[in-house]
Design a protein around this ligand. Structure first.
Ligand code: HEC
Length: 184
């Protein structure tokens, strides 16, 4: 290899090595986002390039998600992970956290309804509506009498989904232990 080519290749190799080490370090120290709360990837940028606003916004979101996550007990973190998976496979086709899709946005549901009501609703919403439940009937009419499917999920699984919803919404009011006890 000519001397000229070497002066090009060598610095490039060093930059590549430094970049990989930085990524390795961030991963090892846990500064990289966990898979749960931050779905997006950091915007692509060269190593050493001054961070643009998209990157700064991304970092702020990562820090926020980490804070939320760090304030969870290990048991709650496991419940949130389980709720995340359950939500994606059962509810996400009709519900989002902050937007109306087919059904209402679920952010703040823990304040709107007590957990035992939510459990009954998710297990069989038409029974709740048929019972004459005022809130349920109103909601059902408001959503053009579109019936939500019934789910064979346990109270615990539904609570996990709600915990996930609360954390995702950035809402610090995690469903209280008292409500969980009321279920038993
Ligand atoms: C096929 C669409 C669909 C699916 C799937 C679905 N929902 Fe719904 N959901 C609705 C609709 C529509 C409403 C509004 C009430 C109605 O029309 O019955 C609703 C209402 C709700 C409410 C009351 C919201 C409020 O603001 O009071 C909760 C809680 C809820 N759904 C939870 C869930 C959960 C948890 C899952 C997954 C296990 C789920 N839903 C899956 C369509 C759906």
């Amino acid at each position: 290899m000519s001397r000229n080519a070497l002066t090009l290749v060598f610095p490039a190799a060093v930059v590549l090595l430094v970049c990989s080490l930085v990524v390795l370090f961030l991963t090892a120290t846990g500064l990289e986002p966990g898979p749960l709360l931050v779905a997006e990837e950091e915007p692509a940028r060269g190593c050493g390039v001054v961070a643009d606003s998209a990157t700064l916004a991304w970092r702020a979101r990562v820090a926020e998600a980490q804070q939320r996550r760090a304030s969870l007990t290990p048991a709650d973190a496991a419940a949130v992970d389980a709720g995340d998976a359950l939500f994606k496979s059962n509810c996400a086709q009709c519900h989002a956290i902050d937007d109306v899709v087919v059904g209402p946005a679920l952010a703040g549901i823990g304040q709107r309804r007590p957990l035992p009501w939510i459990v009954k609703w998710v297990q069989n919403s038409s029974r709740v509506v048929a019972s004459g439940d005022e809130y349920g009937v109103k909601l059902f009419n408001q959503y053009q009498k579109q019936q939500m499917p019934s789910f064979q999920l346990s109270a615990e699984q539904i609570q996990q989904i709600m915990k996930y919803v609360e954390v995702e919404a950035g809402n610090r009011v995690v469903l209280s232990g008292a409500q969980a006890v009321a279920l038993n």
